[in-house]
Design a protein around this ligand. Structure first.
Ligand SMILES: [Zn+2]
Length: 159
């Protein structure tokens, strides 16, 4: 058994380049409403950015959370942090800035290595389909994806 070294990366990603979430079975506002690629591009230009109270996903301002996460990731990265330490520092910085609890939680679920937005090896959505759907609906331009790279401890190279 090889004990791979986990290396977490935070990638700033254009929402328009993410795959469309499929197979959403809840909440009702997300069932069976997969926007076409054309409609989705239109949303990116003219987003319906109003927050809705139909569910927690649509009630969150993902553009604000994403931009705050990106800004604080840049700051914490400049301090030389990576991975989970980087994520914890971003959350601490958000709290220190007086960010509201709900937005702190949204930032946490973008930068934390627990339940982040992740793609699978085939480029599909591994985690975060509901958050990504809400971002598409809100016309969010860019957000943060987390990527895990396993490093071979003997060679120091990706597995
Ligand atoms: Zn909703």
């Amino acid at each position: 058994m090889v004990d791979w070294i986990e290396q977490w990366h935070h990638d700033i990603t254009d929402v328009s380049r993410l795959p469309l979430p499929e197979e959403l079975e809840h909440p009702p506002c997300m069932v069976d409403r997969r926007p076409s690629a054309a409609r989705r591009r239109a949303r990116q230009v003219a987003p319906a950015s109003r927050l809705r109270d139909c569910c927690d996903y649509h009630g969150q301002d993902w553009a604000a959370a994403s931009e705050a996460a990106i800004r604080l990731l840049s700051r914490a990265t400049a301090e030389g942090l990576t991975g989970e330490e980087l994520a914890e520092r971003v959350i601490a910085l958000a709290v220190a800035e007086g960010t509201g609890d709900r937005d702190v939680e949204a930032i946490r679920c973008l930068v934390s290595t627990v339940d982040p937005l992740m793609l699978d090896d085939d480029g599909g959505i591994y985690e975060g389909r509901h958050r990504i759907q809400a971002m598409i609906d809100q016309g969010v331009r860019r957000t943060v994806l987390v990527r895990l790279v396993l490093i071979d401890p003997t060679t120091g190279q990706p597995a």
